[in-house]
Design a protein around this ligand. Structure first.
Ligand code: ADP
Ligand code: MG
Length: 729
């Protein structure tokens, strides 16, 4: 029996796993996190204070205090039955990494004890030579180390009956270059804090800290585990490289906001509970547009914590799904012809005085502050659209961006009709004076009008990659598998830089004797004019927009290898270096790593395509071809006239043609791959993989396979079909 058939049978036999019993979320929330309350209970006053200041980005923790903190964390962890600990980090591979050590150790006299000291808390040397380093470690030093990041709380990961204490860390080479997603993110947050506080102080001297906030929305597919295992392409590349569209797709849109299937519902409640224990504040769950597609979203948090939580969530989802005989597909485009998955990044900035800097104000003064941060965000996107595009570029996200799917690869900003009108009014003010008309603009009740007017526009603005949604920007082009840190590092840094320039520009006018408000209004107006071309309110899917964008000079890079070029321009190097986020060496290394990831990804897909064709599709097709041949031969033998088997003949002809062309294409693709593999330069190789392997062969091969799927006897087709993966539960 084929894996496909047994998978279908197994589902019908139903192996429903119950979800967890209903518990109050508040009773679970943060149970497995070393929160400040727990720190309070398990640490001495001295250790607690020291931890607190270092969380706020303050002083380093010294050795004796580190020992105390480590002892306190271990004590807490042991009350929960933890035996091992690990430094948890986010390497550039895109997953998380950990290496478990036990608290258990032997003293010199052989006594067995449990120990976790400051040194083990603060620093570790994972055997990490196989993590991507873009050549940094090879060139400079052989190894890297992980260093404790006190700003993110330690937590306990439960895997089966095992419990492990996870210490969030950053991953650095011995020469100091960062090798993970987290370290530059933290630096970008610091850069943003610095320049945002300076600008915010124009309006309120009491503001001394600005933190970026992030609320992500995670889209994903869920399918049966048996089906998953019967699709080698899903197992190895995360997406189906073949599969004919089902008779029923998403045209009815009946899945959207429909009721959640029971089996998936049990899984959701289960992973939600696990998430609550880890302090991930999940709030919403619902069906998405595509069949078998879902979404979850938390309450927003400060960016670094939100990034950890999203990474953790993806991990938890993967593990919990297996308990339910299900698999989560986080890939951006697991099924062709069906909506892909994204991870909207809702981003804003909030002050230590409790103000959301992107929330419209109620008074002229707060309006001016809102307009300042709002217009600076637009200017930042305008000036660095290429970097934003690069920050979300990946082989899997290419299937969404620029592939007739939301959002397009062109980076633009949607702000809604109302704010467009407000900005236009400011723009059209030509005078050098701050007069009644400016005053009138600032007196508008933005606070009330914007959210109301945005509501009317939600349908259209869905196609925008960067949309203002009332009190935050929503960066929608981020892919569902991505680590949000990459996108957020870029958003924070370009904003930090733009605000820095803004401050300079305003101060110049103030020094010339201009009143502060007038100076600010002036620079705002200048920035609106300068970033005009990035604003777009229309349909981002449309062909007209692609043309219009070209006319405006907006880049439209549809493939990752080219989109990544933006990472290593002089402009990018200057930006990241002057804001102390990434050095040019780190940028070059990261560029190299992203290109390598792209190459590997396309390589794997090409291999799996070749393998599936030769070992699955062609044998099944040839078998059916033989059945037809024998049938026709037999009919001829018994003396029937040709017209009576004309149809079989036609089918045979079609099948034979597809088989022929398919095996030819596969051969040619293998040849093309060989040529690419011989290339030395990573960028050239990545471009070649796109233009010589992916573009000419992937769709062409798929076309033949999908035709064969329709022609070949269903009983002999080896791979689960779309309708089976998407609709049988
Ligand atoms: P929707 O986009 O469906 O209307 P919401 O606007 O309530 O839903 O929120 C979507 C996501 O944006 C949620 O994760 C929410 O926590 C987040 N969000 C809301 N306000 C902010 C903010 N100020 N900063 C960052 N994220 C936010
Ligand atoms: Mg949204």
């Amino acid at each position: 029996m084929s894996l496909r058939v047994s998978a279908i049978n197994n589902i019908s036999q139903g192996k429903e796993v119950k979800g967890p019993g209903s518990a109050k979320i508040t009773a679970l929330f943060g149970e497995n996190v070393f929160t400040l309350q727990k720190a309070r209970a398990f640490l001495s006053d001295e250790a607690y204070k020291s931890l607190l200041t270092s969380i706020k980005g303050g002083k380093k923790i010294d050795r004796t205090v580190a020992n105390q903190i480590a002892a306190g964390i271990r004590q807490w962890a042991e009350t929960k039955g933890v035996t091992h600990y690990t430094h948890w980090f986010q390497p550039l591979t895109g997953t998380t990494a950990e290496k478990h050590d036990s608290f258990f150790t032997l003293k010199s006299d052989g006594t067995a004890i449990e120990e976790f000291d400051g040194a083990a808390l603060i620093q570790q040397e994972p055997d990490a030579s196989s993590f991507p380093s873009g050549g940094i470690r090879a060139t400079f030093e052989a190894r890297g180390y992980t260093a404790w990041d006190p700003s993110s709380p330690a937590f306990i990961m439960e895997i089966g009956d095992g419990k492990t204490l996870c210490v969030p860390t950053i991953f650095v080479s011995y020469t100091g270059e960062t090798l993970d997603y987290k370290a530059p993110l933290l630096k970008s947050l610091e850069a943003l804090n610095k320049s945002a506080v300076e600008v915010a102080n124009y309006f309120d001297k009491n503001i001394s800290r600005v933190a970026a906030t992030l609320g992500w929305e995670q889209e994903y597919f869920v399918i049966d585990e048996g089906m998953f295992n019967a699709r080698p392409d899903l197992v190895l590349s995360g997406r189906t490289v073949f599969g004919h569209a089902p008779a029923k797709g998403q045209q009815l849109e009946d899945h959207y906001f429909g009721s959640i299937p029971e089996r998936v519902y049990a899984f959701m409640r289960d992973f939600e509970n696990e998430s609550y224990k880890l302090g991930i504040p999940l709030r919403t769950r619902h069906n998405e547009v595509a069949p078998a597609q879902f979404e979850c979203a938390p309450i927003f948090e400060e960016v670094s914590v939100a990034v950890d939580h999203n990474t953790l969530l993806m991990d938890v989802m993967n593990r919990v799904a297996r308990r339910h005989g299900l698999r989560v597909l986080l890939h951006e485009k697991p099924f062709a012809g069906i909506n892909g998955s994204g991870k909207h990044n809702n981003w804003s900035m909030s002050t230590d005085t409790g103000v959301n800097l992107l929330a419209p104000g109620k008074t002229p003064k707060t309006n001016l502050m809102f307009l300042t941060f709002f217009v600076n965000s637009i200017k930042a996107v305008h000036d660095y659209a290429d970097l934003l595009r690069a920050s979300i570029a990946s082989a899997s996200n290419d299937h969404r961006l620029g592939a007739n799917e939301a959002p397009p690869a062109i980076i633009s900003v949607f702000i809604g009709q109302y704010l467009t009108k407000v900005l236009n009014e400011i723009k059209e003010r030509v005078g050098d004076k701050f007069d009644e008309q400016d005053e009138a603009i600032l007196k508008l009740d933005l606070h009330r009008s914007i959210p109301e007017l945005l509501l009317d526009n939600t349908d259209r603005n869905r196609t925008s990659p960067f949309a203002f949604t009332g009190n935050k920007f929503e960066f929608r082009a981020v892919g569902s598998t991505a680590n949000c840190a990459n996108a957020m590092t870029t958003v924070n840094t370009i904003m930090a830089d733009t605000l820095k320039k803004f401050k300079k520009d305003v101060d110049v006018l103030i020094e010339k004797g201009e009143k502060k408000e007038i100076a600010i209004m002036h620079v705002i107006r200048e920035y609106i004019v300068a970033s005009d071309k990035v604003l777009f309110e229309g349909d981002g899917y449309s062909e007209e927009w692609a043309k219009e964008a070209e006319r405006r000079g907006l880049p439209n890079l549809k493939t990752t290898p080219l989109a990544l070029d933006a990472m290593v321009t002089e402009k990018a190097k200057h930006l990241f270096e002057s804001n102390e986020v990434l050095s040019h060496i780190e940028l070059e290394a990261r560029h190299e790593i992203e290109l390598e990831k792209y190459i590997k990804n396309v390589q794997i897909e090409a291999r799996i395509m070749g393998e599936l064709c030769t070992s699955h599709v062609l044998p099944a097709s040839i078998k059916y071809q033989n059945i037809l041949i024998n049938n026709i031969k037999g009919l001829k033998e018994i003396g029937l006239k040709e017209s009576s088997y004309a149809n079989q003949f036609q089918i045979l002809e079609k099948i034979s043609e597809h088989i022929n062309i398919l095996s030819d294409l596969v051969e040619k693709m293998i040849e093309a791959r060989k040529i690419c593999n011989a290339m030395d330069n990573t960028r050239t190789k990545a471009i070649a993989y796109e233009s010589q392997v992916k573009a000419p062969f992937f769709d062409a091969i798929r076309y033949r396979v999908d035709k064969l799927e329709l022609l070949v006897d269903d009983a002999n087709w080896p791979l689960p079909k779309y309708r089976e993966m998407l609709f049988i539960r």
